[in-house]
Design a protein around this ligand. Structure first.
Ligand SMILES: Nc1ncnc2c1ncn2[C@@H]1O[C@H](COP(=O)(O)OP(=O)(O)OP(=O)(O)O)[C@@H](O)[C@H]1O
Length: 231
């Protein structure tokens, strides 16, 4: 009997990305490969300037590779129309950045509700999901607060809840706790891992923090434009 192999939530196949630099080119990625298994949480730890953000932008369909393919749940993003790419970005990928980018004039709950309504969910369903997620991050008592009235750790928890709101297949995070003090980063990161594992999501998380990386399932780095295991 054939074993049923679940589709990888995210696969990068031989992706290259280069930028014009002065009168030459800078080869940031040179045929990088990475496959995330369902539910797998992978840390990306690499020195500054080696291409972590570039890699996350390609994985998140914010940029296109010059060579190679980005596959989300087996679908080759390079073969999609712009509208399909936008829909996948909205529905299948969650993004968390170092800075929260919450909408200042909306409450914590509204910040988590809005992306769901944009994706076509009813206000009621979106509200239920927002409350579920904000509660999972210990923010039941902060739902009606504006971001400016929340602590840095609380703001980042809301941003993570927002990224998970549409039940993406993959979470991409670029230094998600990089803007927090060490103790808060530690707690928020544990919560992020707990919720991501609870939802069975795959995640690719760039961090400079080796201790946080060690809590993930696997650690990779970038060397000469390739993704390799970190030893
Ligand atoms: N749009 C662009 N045009 C030209 N060069 C770029 C562009 N984006 C990135 N680069 C260059 O590509 C290299 C990799 O950048 P990238 O931001 O991916 O690195 P990083 O590993 O995320 O760094 P950091 O940890 O400092 O954020 C850098 O040398 C950067 O200057």
């Amino acid at each position: 009997m054939n074993e049923i192999v679940p589709e990888a939530p995210l696969a990068l196949r031989g992706v290259s990305r280069r930028y014009a630099s002065g009168d030459g080119t800078l080869d940031v990625l040179r045929g990088a490969d990475l496959v995330l298994a369902p539910g797998e949480i992978v840390a990306l730890v690499a020195p500054s300037g080696t291409g972590k953000s570039t890699l996350l932008h390609l994985a998140g369909l914010l940029e296109k590779p010059q060579e190679g393919a980005v596959l989300l749940a087996g679908r080759d993003a390079g073969r999609l129309s712009d509208a399909e790419r936008t829909a996948i970005r909205r529905d299948s990928i969650g993004f968390v950045y170092q800075f929260h980018h919450l909408l200042a004039e909306f409450t914590a709950r509204e910040n988590v509700v809005l992306p769901q309504m944009i994706a076509g969910r009813s206000r009621r369903e979106a509200g239920r999901r927002a409350e579920e997620l904000l509660s999972a991050f210990g923010l039941s008592h902060r739902m009606a607060h504006l971001p400016g009235k929340l602590s840095g750790g609380e703001q980042q928890r809301v941003a993570i809840a927002r990224a998970l709101a549409n039940r993406p297949r993959v979470l991409l995070a670029d230094e998600p706790t990089g803007n927090l003090d060490v103790a808060t980063a530690d707690v928020v990161f544990d919560e992020l891992l707990r919720v991501v594992r609870g939802e069975g999501l795959a995640a690719l998380i760039a961090t400079h923090n080796g201790e946080l990386a060690a809590r993930m399932d696997r650690i990779v780095t970038l060397r000469d434009g390739l993704i390799v295991p970190l030893h």
